[in-house]
Design a binder for this molecule. Structure first.
Ligand SMILES: Cc1cc2nc3c(=O)[nH]c(=O)nc-3n(C[C@H](O)[C@H](O)[C@H](O)COP(=O)(O)OP(=O)(O)OC[C@H]3O[C@@H](n4cnc5c(N)ncnc54)[C@H](O)[C@@H]3O)c2cc1C
Length: 444
């Protein structure tokens, strides 16, 4: 029996023997070098790197699929991206190379664009002036123009009375998923920029391919991690696994909910890191139609401003599919999600029909809600630092006792000169997972 397995975990052994048979057969104990918790971009990256470095890794994943927030949803027949769509800052993003390696074609998103239309339902306004304000607002968050202070995005543009308030709201809600008064301007200003790519056969499909060959246990939620001993013991309903270290790629929302119990309690600095982060509510609803395009060119991007606090973006019939993907964020998204899947789909369909005509109701076949903020395995779309808490990612990224490593989009891009620029993205999550794997492997 491994020295990492205590009496208590040995008692779980019989159950685990059935659940994790190859581990038992190989060593007669539940012992791997590293347990990776979560099979999203960070978990897949970490496990592939550990494998490359000759370390034995077991990935425990709560859902019945890999990919996490990178997910090509096929339930409506035509595939659509329920989570990540873009390979951001593609020139340095590891997913660009992974796509090449695995033979997945990538495209410039503008190549499938059918044009952009803006509709303002919020009353008379000068749309052109408002759109021009976006460019000006972007300068407030450009660190090339000087250090960006750790205040809220709203405060940074001059507060609630500012003429730039609406643009800041739209940027915060539609790109970060939350309201600008809750997001640190300094955190946002750190994000890497660059050209985007899209994966022709699906970003989620690419993530599935990238996970091939790994030892992943699906539908195996981790319930507790005991790091009181020399290594870690990771508890699931199917048993307990002992390992030298764990790479925990759980989304910040899941960690904050306390879905996984840590014994002993996590250090104060880790808890401060978690408390300094928020999770946005970027939400997608896919609507499938019977082939009717409502007079629109496939690939049309329809932006609708409903009010000062609510907008919806419809990506219509991209690549000539029969799907319209609506996305929206902030408290408006939380209100829509509260209606449940059927109610949310109905609300978005009704809204869409106001713009394209009542025939949308007749042509409608079915819809799906990707409600990441209410999903118990993400509890949010992606992380942002709260105002005044721009150091939160650094705190969370600190290893705990050299045996617990938090890695994921929330800790992405840590390192000299890197400054968490990859945070919030699938590319950053992969980088964070690989970095944690390298550090663990370097410990021997
Ligand atoms: C709507 C939306 C749009 C987005 N658009 C983009 C985009 O265009 N480009 C981009 O780069 N990024 C985008 N993102 C962000 C991107 O998807 C994430 O940053 C990235 O996928 C996070 O990867 P991760 O590995 O850190 O976390 P995750 O992918 O969330 O992986 C964590 C894994 O842990 C699992 N898990 C949860 N609880 C447990 C448990 N108890 N036990 C075991 N496993 C558990 C989860 O099921 C999940 O598989 C978007 C996200 C959303 C929601």
């Amino acid at each position: 029996m491994s020295r990492l397995i205590t009496r208590r975990s040995a008692a779980f052994g019989l159950a685990a023997a059935a659940a994790f048979p190859n581990i038992i057969r190989a060593q007669n104990v539940f012992d791997v070098d590293v347990v990776v918790v979560g099979a999203g971009a960070a978990g897949i990256g970490a496990a592939q790197e550990l494998r490359r470095l000759g370390k034995r890794a077991l990935v425990l994943e709560a859902r019945g699929r890999v990919g996490g927030r990178v997910y090509t949803n096929r339930t409506l027949g035509d595939p659509w991206e329920a989570g990540a769509l873009y390979i951001h800052w593609s020139d340095r993003n590891p997913w660009t190379q992974l796509a090449r390696d695995y033979g997945f074609e990538t495209l410039d998103p503008s190549s499938s664009s059918g044009g952009t239309r803006f509709v303002d339902m919020s009353g008379p306004s000068d749309g052109r002036q408002r759109r021009g304000a976006f460019g000006i607002v972007a300068n407030f968050f450009d660190s090339d123009n000087g250090a960006v202070p750790d205040v809220s995005m709203l405060e940074r543009v001059g507060g609630a009375q500012s003429e730039f308030r609406d643009s800041a709201m739209a940027i915060a809600r539609m790109s970060l998923g939350d309201e600008p008064e809750r997001i640190s301007a300094a955190d946002y200003a750190r994000l890497w920029a660059g050209d985007d790519l899209v994966v022709q056969r699906g970003y989620g499909a690419l993530a599935e391919r990238a996970a091939e060959g790994l030892d992943v246990r699906l539908s195996t939620p981790v319930e507790a991690i005991d790091w009181s001993g020399a290594g870690v013991r990771v508890f699931t309903k199917s048993g307990v696994i002992g390992a030298r270290a764990a790479i925990v790629t759980l989304p910040v929302g899941v960690l904050q909910k306390g879905s996984v119990r840590f014994t002993p309690e996590l250090p104060q600095r880790t808890r401060d890191g978690l408390a300094g982060l928020g999770m946005g509510a970027l939400t997608k609803v896919a609507l499938k139609f019977n082939g009717d395009r409502f007079g629109m060119t496939p690939g049309t991007d329809l932006w609708v401003r409903l009010s000062a606090r609510a907008s919806i973006n419809y990506e219509c019939f991209t690549n000539d599919s029969n799907i319209v993907v609506a996305f929206f964020g902030g408290d408006h998204a939380r209100d829509i999600m509260a209606k449940g899947e059927q109610g949310a789909v109905r609300a978005v369909l009704d809204e869409f029909a106001k713009h394209v005509g009542a025939q949308a109701q007749k042509a409608f076949i079915g819809g799906t809600l990707a409600g990441w903020a209410t999903d118990p395995f993400s509890y949010g779309a992606y992380s942002h630092a709260l105002p005044g808490r721009a150091n939160a990612r650094a705190l969370l990224a600190e290893p705990v006792g050299d045996r617990l490593w938090f890695a994921g989009e929330a800790t992405a891009g840590v390192g000299p000169g890197e400054n968490f620029g990859g945070a919030m993205t699938a590319g950053g999550a992969w980088i964070a997972g690989v970095a944690a794997a390298k550090k663990i492997a370097s410990l021997g």
